[in-house]
Design a protein around this ligand. Structure first.
Ligand code: UDP
Length: 276
């Protein structure tokens, strides 16, 4: 009995059970590591504290970023799932890891924009902060060597990166996601300026293939501006050397109701409405 207690002290159940599931390391990206999951058809995603920008030219380790992104992305994927958006998300395993379905990633970044910022402002000479006439969906080809260039549906079809049906699915799901998330963030006083999505192919047991939302949705992949102060609560704090990235991500998590004001676990009571 005493021996068991000592063993439990050394390996508290949470530690043992929650870490047992991880298999072979499959891939290490800029902000995440993928491992084989406990069952076939699953993966474990580990969120790192690494921050990169400008195609890896700028790099920094920002302590706490991975934990925040894991929690925020979990919250958003759950919400989207509840609203009928198919996603790869299964469950969060611990502070840095989540279990997801293994899908075949479509090599495109799908960007949805509500307000001009970043590359569209540069490309088309639109002042940052200007509301776009309607939500715009863009596709970029995922290729670091080329700097993820903007592509048209013509390229996607011609090079077979995705089928016309998959392009339709991605546009439809991206716009639905935009509606849901714009409302979610507006309710907590945050403007969803733009964001990036990635999709995958889920191979179902009946031989069918469906397009599902994959990767992450976090302040690393969205532009989030405070509605009152216009303060940036996203990765532009790192890209533009503004500092305070962890404070900004913590503020997003706090307003979503994921953590308390002091950074402790808030038990997901849901977003707190901010009166305008
Ligand atoms: N984005 C991303 N990963 C990328 C490129 C863009 O998550 O590799 C996100 C970015 O955070 C922003 C949106 O997609 O929310 C639009 O980014 P943009 O094309 O303006 O490029 P950037 O200015 O970030 O280079």
């Amino acid at each position: 009995m005493r021996r068991m207690q000592a063993a439990l002290r050394r390996f508290p159940p949470e530690h043992g059970i929650r870490n047992m599931v991880k298999g072979r390391r499959l891939y290490e990206g800029k902000a995440k590591i993928l491992y084989e999951g406990p069952e076939p058809g699953t993966l474990v995603v580990h969120f790192k504290d690494d921050a990169t920008a400008f195609n890896g030219e700028k790099f920094e380790v920002i302590e706490g970023k991975g934990v925040l992104n894991n929690r925020i992305s979990e919250f958003i994927f759950r919400r989207l799932g509840e609203m009928g958006i198919p996603t790869h998300f299964i469950k969060r395993l611990n502070m840095r890891e989540q279990l997801v379905k293994r899908v075949e990633i479509i090599p495109l970044e799908v960007i949805v924009r509500n307000i001009a910022a970043g590359s569209i402002s540069k490309r088309l000479g639109i002042e940052e902060g200007k509301r776009l006439p309607r939500a715009i969906v863009e596709f970029c080809y995922k290729n670091d060597d080329l700097g993820d260039p903007l592509v048209a549906e013509e390229h996607i079809n011609a090079f077979g990166w995705a089928s016309p049906q998959e392009v339709d699915d991605m546009v439809h799901l991206a716009l639905r996601t935009n509606d849901i998330l714009s409302g979610l963030f507006a309710g907590i006083g945050i403007r969803l300026v733009d964001f990036k999505l990635e999709f995958g192919r889920e191979f179902l047991p009946d031989g069918m293939v469906r397009t599902v939302l994959a990767d992450e949705i976090s302040p690393d992949s969205c532009r989030l501006w405070d509605m009152k102060t216009e303060e940036k609560l996203d990765k532009d704090r790192f890209r533009r050397d503004l500092g305070g990235l962890v404070d900004a991500y913590t503020e997003v998590a706090r307003r979503l109701g994921i953590i308390n004001g002091d950074g402790r676990n808030g038990g997901n009571p849901g977003p707190k409405l901010v009166k305008g």
